[in-house]
Design a protein around this ligand. Sequence first.
Ligand code: ZN
Length: 365
Amino acid sequence: MLATLRRFVTAESPSLEKTAADRCCGVIAEEWSKHGARVERIAQKHRGDILRITHAPGKSRSSGQLLVLGHYDTVYSTGTLAKMPFSTKAGKAYGPGTFDMKAGIVQALFALKALQQTETPLGKRLVFLWTSDEEIGSEASRKLLETEARRSDAVFVLEPSFSPRGLLKTARKGVGEAKLIVHGRASHAGLAPQEGINAIHELARQLARIEEWNDFRRGVTINAGVVEGGTRTNVIPERARAVLDLRALRVSDMRNLERRLQALRPFHRGARLEIAGGFNRPPLERKMSAALFVRAQSLAKQMNLSLGECTVGGGSDGNFTAALGIPTLDGLGAVGGGAHSPREHVLIDAMPARAALLAALLSTA
Ligand SMILES: [Zn+2]
């Protein structure tokens, strides 16, 4: 598993560099082809190609499908390996994309190998989909992964687990981004202040109102992460804008937040507000993973593993599949930490057990 992980990690695959990503895609395709699975490479214009791997059960009549979902793109640009090489130390494997989520792809590969070698009968066709733009919002792969999810009875997402305990992610917040732009009127701050409409003052009042919408208990957050506006101190600013991060655990809260944003009205009668954007990933509500989690937990117990769950604030492609009403279990990937940082690593010893758990899930669904 470690040798395979090394091959995947040493092929750098930033979401925004197609040539490099395609090379990594080829390495992953080659590994999967070795095991007799049907590997299709779906060409992409601007992003790395997508891999779709099918493994049909022996039976002639297929009775459904299970989707194993993940991405091979990483947040690290090419050349990162020079500063952050693939290495192992004290039971951990380090390197860009080890945890998020190339080790997950390795675990899935070994799960499939185990199912083949043990000739475990499968009730359903297995489809593994490895996409290339999850880290930048999945614009290019979304349609494909949603189409595949609609054909499936369940979706297993190989995103990293949470904490050294390897918790599954049974709920994820929906995530969005909105821009609030205030249009005022410029004027000389000394000569004609009465003729100006200060866009910064208006924006500040709007932000104070918006801040009150935060409801940590319900999992609703709104964060002004960027503000800008104005030119000089003696000019009443004509324009100011804020970029907001939006998160919600429930679909109803997501809609409510979007409605409230659209309903904002200026405090100053002469100011004009422009609101753009909204949620780009809906929440993965816990009810969409509850039944699968119970099954995963009981399978884990038979393997003498304890399996916990958690709710996280970040989204994944599991948010899309759950929003379609397809049962989705996320965080089945590697155990480790430091995602998107120089400390990114996986716990090597946890990899076989996680692969075994996935194999058990795929053979009992
Ligand atoms: Zn990821």
